[in-house]
Ligand binder design. Structure first.
Ligand code: PMV
Length: 356
């Protein structure tokens, strides 16, 4: 359905990638201010993207189209998308009504961080539509530099803030909610790494990450995790600088297992692993020890496994996977350059990334 257009309304389209955390954000020190319990570090992806268009319309209801469905703010004002649009409008002090259309190029809510790309794209598209500007340098002049956009995106979903940058990205918790920093550690061209995503299930996850962030504080393992995070980040940063995949791989596997141990011992406890996840990661370690698989796993809040490897090794990794697990669904992604903004076209439904 096309709404009554605002006079001279122009569509603005953002594409924002997801990101995969090498050191996970898990637990919040302050819920309302989205202040994380720990620093986190991620690789921005290139294929797993959300595409979001926004334009001004007449009327009082914001409208959100998501993969064929239409939601109106009058019916569901508390929907997290409408709450985020209000946040963007309040930040800019521009309160025009918006129509937004969004699609993911990958399955939603399955351990590929759709909320990261989703809130990054929503923040960019809504800001561009409200300010009538799509160039990032001009947005900075208008008071919305990338740093501020990243913080706005983080308010929608923490990990979304990291998707505002390309390459390898660090989100520092700082000493207070106001001193948080999201910045690029190194560019995508510094080191060409890939993420082979092994999809065991594309069903929605059973426990949202917001509930699991709260439950972390009940885990006896959480203080242990937090005590070691600064050193882990330092080791990951030096592995990135040295391009040392063994050193990086060891850290990302340990970090993922630590995060899931906190989830499994939280209050209430959450288990994102399925039997497939557990069997698969044991197989990855066996094959790697035998010299057959140059890849290291990480797992977000879902059952699917991300295998991180050097891009030069992707063919060897996928050949091995296909030979040993013929029915697996794979998505191959790679370190990417970060989000883009354009004006003029309205992205209706661009379709999904194809499996390999
Ligand atoms: O951004 P949230 O609230 O969906 O939490 C993200 C949590 C993980 O994806 C598991 C870890 C991370 O740092 O991305």
């Amino acid at each position: 359905m096309t709404e009554r257009m605002y006079p001279n309304s122009m569509a603005f389209t953002a594409t924002a990638p997801s990101n995969i955390a090498f050191v996970k954000y898990w637990g919040k020190r302050n819920q309302d201010l989205q202040w994380p319990a720990n620093d986190s570090l991620s690789m921005t992806l290139s294929q797993c993207q959300t595409i979001t268009s926004a334009r001004k319309i007449l009327g009082n209801e914001d409208i959100f189209h998501f993969e064929g469905r239409v939601i109106r703010s009058g019916d569901t004002p508390n929907h997290k998308v409408f709450r985020h649009l209000q946040r963007v409008k309040a930040e800019l002090k521009i309160f025009d009504t918006l129509e937004v259309s969004s699609s993911n190029l990958f399955p939603t809510a399955c351990g590929i961080a759709s909320s990261a790309s989703g809130f990054a794209a929503l923040t960019l598209a809504a800001t561009a539509a409200l300010l009538g500007e799509h160039r990032l340098d001009e947005l900075a002049i208008l008071g919305m530099p990338r740093q501020k956009l990243a913080h706005l995106a983080r308010m929608g979903s923490g990990s979304a803030g990291r998707s505002l940058h390309g390459g390898y990205v660090l989100w520092q918790a700082g000493e207070s909610p106001e001193t948080q920093q999201i910045s690029q550690v190194t560019t995508a061209s510094h080191w060409d790494l890939s993420d082979v995503v092994v999809i065991f299930s594309s069903n929605s996850k059973h426990t949202s990450s917001s509930d699991a962030h709260k439950a972390a504080w009940g885990s006896p393992l959480f203080p242990v995790r937090l005590a070691g995070i600064t050193q882990r980040i330092e080791r990951v940063v030096s592995a990135l600088q040295e391009k040392n995949i063994e050193k990086l791989g060891l850290e990302i596997e340990n970090d993922a297992l630590e995060m899931h141990s906190v989830a499994m011992t939280g209050s209430p406890a959450t288990n994102y692993f399925t039997e497939d996840t557990a069997r698969f990661i044991a197989w990855v370690r066996d094959q790697r020890s035998a010299g057959n698989l140059p890849a290291w796993f990480t797992i977000d809040a879902g059952p699917n496994v991300h295998l991180i490897c050097e891009t030069a090794d992707v063919a060897a990794v996928t050949d091995k996977l296909k030979a040993s697990w013929p029915n697996l669904r794979l998505i191959i992604d790679q370190v990417g350059l970060g989000p883009t903004l354009s004006k003029g076209q309205w992205a209706e439904n661009p379709g999904e990334v194809r499996d390999v």
